[in-house]
Ligand binder design. Sequence first.
Ligand code: ATP
Length: 339
Amino acid sequence: MSDVSLESLTKAYGDEVAVDGIDLTIRDGEILGVVGPSGCGKTTTLRTIAGFETPTQGRVLFDGVDVTHVPPEERNVGLVFQSYALFDTMTVRENVAFGPKMHGVPKAERRKRADELLAMLDIAELADRRPTTLSGGQQQRVGLARALAIEPHVLLLDEPMTGLDAELKTRLRDEIGGLLADLEVTALYVTHDQEEAMAMCDRIAVLADGTLEQVGPPAEIYRRPANPFVANFVGSSTLLEGVAENGHVDLGFAELPVAARTDGEVRVAVRPEAFEIGSGPIRADVADVTYLGERTHLSATLPDETTVTLRADGLDGYRAGDAVSLSIDEDRVHVLESE
Ligand code: ATP
C-alpha cells in the first residue's frame, strides 16, 4: 500500500490562503490529476505533500502515518518538474542512479535499475550522454526515470509537459500514463491542461481558490459536473435557466426529458456536442462562423438570448445571418441543482 491523504489541509501565506481545508486521498497505484486555474493552490498542495511547505492547519498522511512534520528528504517522494533540474556534470545514467546512490544502493544494483528505467522509457541509447545535449522531450524522460529510480512512495509531477510541442506532449502523455499504470505508481499530476488530465489520470481533483470543487473519474467530472465552475473548467458548457417539474426541465423554448432532484428553478449545463444541428424544434440565429478546416464553429443565439457555440462539419457552408434548427441530446446535459 502507498496512499497519501490530506486532512483539512490549509496553507496560508500571511493573509493569502493558498489552500483552504482540502480533504483528499491519492489512492494506492492511481494517478490523481489536480487541475484548476492559475493561483488556485495546485503547486502549494504538491509542495506540502513533498514536505517543502508546512501546513498552517491539517495533516499529510502516507499510508495512514502522519508525515506533516517529516522533512522532505525523509519522505521518499519522486519529483518531476517543468524545469528538468538534471545535473549537467553527470551522464544520463548517473543522473538516474543518483537517488539510489544517496539511499546507499550498491553500485551494480543502481546501475542496473537506471538501465532498466532508461529502457522502459525508450532512451537506453542516451545513457552515456550529458543532459545538455538532449532535447526537451528526452530530458523530460530522464527526469521521470530519475524520479522513479528511488521507488518513491508517491510521484509528484508539476506541469511536466510545459514547454514541449503539442505532438510530443500527446505522445508522452500516452506513454507516461501507460508506464505509470504498469508500474502501479501512486502519483499526483498537477496541470492546468484539463485535456491532459483527462487523458492521463484515473481521477481528477478540480480546485478553485484553494478549495476542492469536485473529485472523481474523468468521465464523471465531465458528465456530471458538481457546479457551474467545474462544468466550465473541464470542457465547456452552456448554462441554461429552466424550471424542473415531473421529470423534465422546461427551458421556455424547449422541454428536456431530464429529471432534477427537486422541482423548481434549475440550471442545465449543456455540452457543445449536445446540440444537434439539422432538424429539431429549437431555432438559433447564427451570428458568427469560424472555419477550422475539419470543422466549423458557429456562434449562435438561442431564443432566450443565450449565446452558444455549435460545432458543424467543415464542409457545411454556414454563414452569419443563417437560422438553424437544433435539438438537444438529453444524454449530454446535466442538471445543476440551484445553490
Ligand atoms: P499556477 O497554475 O499559476 O502555477 P497554482 O494553482 O499552482 O498556480 P499556487 O502556486 O499553489 O497556485 O499558489 C496559490 C496561491 O498562493 C496564489 O495566490 C499564490 O500567489 C500564493 N502563494 C504561493 N506561494 C506563495 C508564497 N511563497 N508566498 C506568498 N504567496 C504564495
